[in-house]
Design a protein around this ligand. Structure first.
Ligand code: ACO
Length: 306
């Protein structure tokens, strides 16, 4: 028995903040931000729970299901709305369901962790037939809007997938890790805003993601050229370029939304998946790589057949 993606949905708040908007109150420019990150604009003003409910509703509809068909819910988020209850419980309430639900925080690396956790749960005896895996983050609520080193990068958004038991869709390889000794280069204290050493994070991210993908591919017994579709964490287009170049994967195989969304943390990989779906490349049998990194420093990669 395997697990396939039966439906994908996304949600973005309405308010657009362009690079030019940011340049009006900090020392930066559209040209600098685009060149250094690939980001042109981001959305702000979303709430983690509301965006998650919207994306999940769209994913359930895309799968031709109703909320009652969902057997478990995983919410990957960096920005829970309260210490408790878990935001996932509020998302379940918003969908009108009472299945098991949990928050999962691996910051920007969350989605591959959530995907594999759901996969594992579904393939154990008595496991649910369908699991909603949602990434939803209101990063604008934890950004210091006077800090040009971080404010240019982040945005709000959500992406959701319905996973369902199926003969189609195999998990071929996975790789996860953290290096907690690197806390100081990227962290956010409770109630505070993001602190980041951008250049350090950049270097470590390229190294971590490249190694993680190599490990996942080795486990899968395939090589980089066997990959059809890459869904990378959307932090910086230069990180994606550096990693794919090291791995020998053409950029054309990557799907990216960051020009219009910025870094939406846990939401970025399912949003890239929605872009790939729209492009029609997620054919049954396609080999798909999802890989993320984030504060921790945490990384996670998963290779599946569609
Ligand atoms: N506009 C204009 N100039 C700027 C800006 C800005 N917004 N920010 C920094 N600068 C200046 C710096 O002060 C520096 O000036 P100096 O040379 O006079 O000292 C110069 O530009 C170069 O700065 P760098 O930090 O070296 O620029 P870099 O090319 O590394 O780009 C960036 C910065 C975009 C932040 C990049 O380092 C990056 O994307 N890092 C990774 C960040 C990331 O992925 N974070 C998310 C992790 S996921 C998670 O868990 C949240």
């Amino acid at each position: 028995m395997s697990v396939r993606v039966a439906g994908i949905g996304t949600a973005l708040p309405e308010k657009v903040v362009t690079n030019d908007d940011l340049a009006q109150h900090m020392d930066t420019s559209d040209a600098w931000i685009r060149e250094r990150s690939g980001i042109g604009e981001r959305r702000v003003g979303g709430s983690t729970v509301d965006m998650a409910v919207e994306a999940a509703t769209a994913a359930i509809a895309a799968a031709d299901l109703t909320p009652d068909d969902i057997g478990f819910l995983v919410l990957c988020t960096t920005t829970p709305e309260k210490t408790f209850p878990a935001s996932s419980a509020m998302v379940a309430a918003g969908l009108g369901i009472t299945c098991g639900a949990m928050d999962l925080n691996v910051v920007c690396a969350g989605f591959p962790y959530g995907y594999v956790a759901a996969y594992g749960m579904m393939t154990t005896p008595g496991g649910p037939d369908r699991v909603l895996v949602i990434g939803s983050d209101a990063m604008s609520t934890i950004v210091d809007w006077t800090d040009r080193g971080t404010a240019i990068l982040f945005g709000d958004g959500a992406g959701a997938v319905v996973l369902e038991k199926s003969p189609q869709g195999e998990l071929l390889g996975q790789d996860f890790g953290v290096n907690g000794d690197l806390e100081s280069i990227l962290y956010c204290d409770l109630g505070d805003t993001i602190v980041m050493e951008g250049r350090q994070v950049f270097k470590r991210a390229v190294r971590a993601v490249t190694g993680s993908v190599e490990n996942a591919l080795a486990q899968a017994g395939i090589s980089a050229e066997d990959i059809d579709v890459v869904l990378p964490h959307q932090a910086n287009i230069r990180i994606i370029e550096a990693v794919t170049q090291r791995l020998g994967i053409p950029m054309e195989k990557t799907f990216n939304v960051l020009e219009h969304t910025g870094n939406t943390s846990g939401a970025s990989i399912p949003m890239a998946m929605a872009a790939a779906d729209e492009a029609g490349v997620l054919e049954p049998g396609a080999v798909v790589l999802m890989s993320g990194f984030g504060a921790g420093m945490a990384w996670g990669s998963v290779v599946v057949t569609w």
